[in-house]
Design a protein around this ligand. Structure first.
Ligand SMILES: *Cc1c(COP(=O)(O)O)cnc(C)c1O
Length: 356
């Protein structure tokens, strides 16, 4: 029997992946030229299916990178002329701040302890970019969508950049409130790691063009402009992860067939049974006490120095959960609740933790 990975990332592969990988190899997908028409068709299918699945409106473009981490660097180089503001409530929102700081931008932040949510208030000045993590994978805190919309309302001048790495495709985002949203595929989409998806609107293109005119875009690998130019012709400037782009097309099609509404409903159900059990448990406690900001897709719990014992107990049953992130490694567990995890798998995991 295969192990079932409830780890935050990489996580379990989408349950249809094995067949798609076999088909891809039979069709020579990993060997075809990324300048061929066959590749362009795969690219187009991936983009069309993703746009349909997530409801991405016109005026938004999709480009491929190698990771979400790379997108932090691209946003910094191409969209932050001078300064950025970062809402920091965990390791990932902090990493974007560090990238921008290390690349010499003027960075301001609002930082709160792990498990909490920053208030939406910001200094009364204008910023090139505002960054936040919709779902902090290190803490299990989710930024309420109405608060993101409020930030947008107050700071129309800035490019609003949303990290949705561990919440898509489950979160029903209103893309109109953001200028750019990005994710990588080894979490909620259940694909092998090595592909970053960067969704950006025309405002981003205009902003980076203005920066380029003034010589403010750092010249390194591919600029935003170059990525977008190639994307218009369903290509990438350098050799991409063709297999992953193929798998993205196929898994999005599978999710469309199942219905994104059903996937979202199941996610809420699975999260509810896990949190309900944890709320009553005597030795394990939900880390995020404010129920309004608890993530449905990454469930984090405190467990007094017994992380390893529980992880081992579940591993014996072929269920793999994550340890706490960073300094919380021995004190917490993290459980991913992604579309590939079935209700039955989640019920089994919940029952075992309840009995432990
Ligand atoms: C995993 C993760 C990242 C980094 O993704 P990579 O694909 O490893 O670059 C960024 N942000 C969040 C919220 C994450 O969970």
């Amino acid at each position: 029997m295969h192990k079932i990975f409830f780890s935050p990332g990489p996580s379990a592969l989408y349950f249809t992946i094995e067949q798609h990988i076999k088909n891809a190899i039979n069709q020579d997908v990993p060997s075809i030229s990324h300048r061929s028409n066959d590749f362009k068709k795969i690219y187009q299918e991936a983009v069309d299916n993703l746009k349909q699945l997530l409801g991405i409106p016109d005026g938004y473009h999709i480009v491929f990178t190698n990771s979400a981490t790379e997108i932090w660097e691209k946003i910094t180089d191409n969209l932050i002329a001078e300064n950025s503001f970062h809402f920091i409530n965990g390791a990932f929102s902090k990493k974007f701040y560090s990238v921008a700081t290390n690349l010499g931008k003027q960075t301001d932040k609002s930082e709160v302890p792990w498990g909490e949510l920053p208030s939406t208030s910001m200094p009364d000045k204008s910023y090139d970019v505002i960054g936040l993590a919709h779902n902090e994978t290190s803490t299990g805190v989710s930024f309420p969508l109405d608060q993101i919309a409020a930030i947008r309302q107050k700071h129309q001048e800035a490019i609003l950049a949303i990290d949705a790495v561990s919440s898509l495709p489950v979160v029903d985002l209103d893309y109109a409130v953001a200028d750019t949203v990005y994710f990588s595929v080894q979490k909620g989409f259940g694909l092998p790691a090595g592909l970053g998806i960067w969704i950006l609107n025309d405002r981003c293109i205009e902003k980076s063009a203005k920066m380029a005119e003034k010589g403010l875009v750092r010249k390194s690998t591919h600029s935003l402009q170059s990525l977008v130019d190639y994307a218009r012709d369903y290509q990438t400037p350098s050799t991409p992860n063709v297999l992953d782009i193929y798998l993205l097309a196929k898994v999005c099609a599978d999710m469309l067939e199942k219905g994104i509404g059903i996937i979202r409903k199941e996610s809420i159900y699975k999260a509810a049974i896990m949190y309900n059990m944890l709320d009553k448990h005597t030795r394990i406690f939900p880390f995020v006490t404010n129920k309004e900001i608890r993530s449905d897709t990454i469930i984090v719990a405190n467990i007094n120095e017994e992380t390893e014992t529980l992880i081992d107990f579940l591993r014996d049953k072929k269920l793999i959960i994550g340890a706490g992130y960073g300094a919380k490694k021995d004190k917490q567990i993290r459980i991913a609740n992604f579309p590939t995890h079935s209700k039955e798998q989640f019920e089994q995991l919940t029952d075992l933790i309840e009995q432990w």
